[in-house]
Design a protein around this ligand. Structure first.
Ligand SMILES: [Zn+2]
Length: 202
């Protein structure tokens, strides 16, 4: 596929290091705090620029996991995430696929199209469940969409595991059962998006 159309975008250098002044330049520059996301529910042929693929559709369990990623980030970041029923105006779209770019090793990809990200993850569980590998892929690709890069631009960098950053490909055994962003990742995301400022309603 043409690399220009299937660009994996990384915006923050190093581990948990937001570049000074980088700011939320992605996702349309964020005129508002609202970020809508969409999850492809049914199996369908999907055309993305430079690529056609078959989205497998997602199960309720899989969609609930994606929802949980955003609902855990929402009170930390100055962004309000909301799932949309269609792609109109959404900034992050999820597709579960059976292959990514024809490369069996690819488990996920974040594709930027203008102000919007398409996030692909390869279902490895083979049924409607969601295994830890798929959870890792989803957390990782959300990290890309929100501006995180691989540790020093090398996802296989042996100095890091998913215990130090969800942007590593090296799975830490203790993180595998419950993939999530590290404290470093969350600090980087807060640096990018700002801390949550919504009033707390007790
Ligand atoms: Zn990546």
């Amino acid at each position: 596929m043409p690399a220009s159309a299937m660009e994996e975008v990384d915006l923050i250098t190093g581990i948990s290091l937001a570049l000074p002044g980088e700011g939320p330049i992605f996702l349309g520059g964020m005129a508002t705090e609202a970020v809508g996301y969409y999850i492809q529910v049914k199996a369908a042929a999907v055309s993305l620029p430079g690529s056609k693929m078959n989205a497998l559709g997602t199960s309720k369990q899989q969609r609930l996991f994606i929802d949980s990623v955003f609902s855990r980030l929402d009170p930390i970041l100055n962004v309000d995430f909301a799932r949309q029923k269609d792609k109109q105006g959404s900034l992050i779209d999820f597709y579960s696929v059976d292959n990514i770019g024809g490369n069996k090793a690819n488990l996920g990809m974040a594709l930027r199209q203008g102000n919007k990200f398409d996030l692909l993850w390869k279902q490895t569980s083979g049924d409607n469940s969601i295994c830890s590998s798929d959870k890792e892929s989803i957390v990782h690709e959300v990290g890309h969409a929100l501006g995180l890069r691989h540790p020093f631009d090398d996802p296989w960098n042996p100095a890091f595991t998913t215990a130090s950053t969800a942007m590593s490909y090296n799975t830490d055994a203790t993180m595998a059962s419950n993939p999530w962003f590290s404290a470093n990742d969350l600090a980087a995301l807060v640096k990018i998006w700002g801390p949550e400022t919504d009033p707390v309603i007790a």
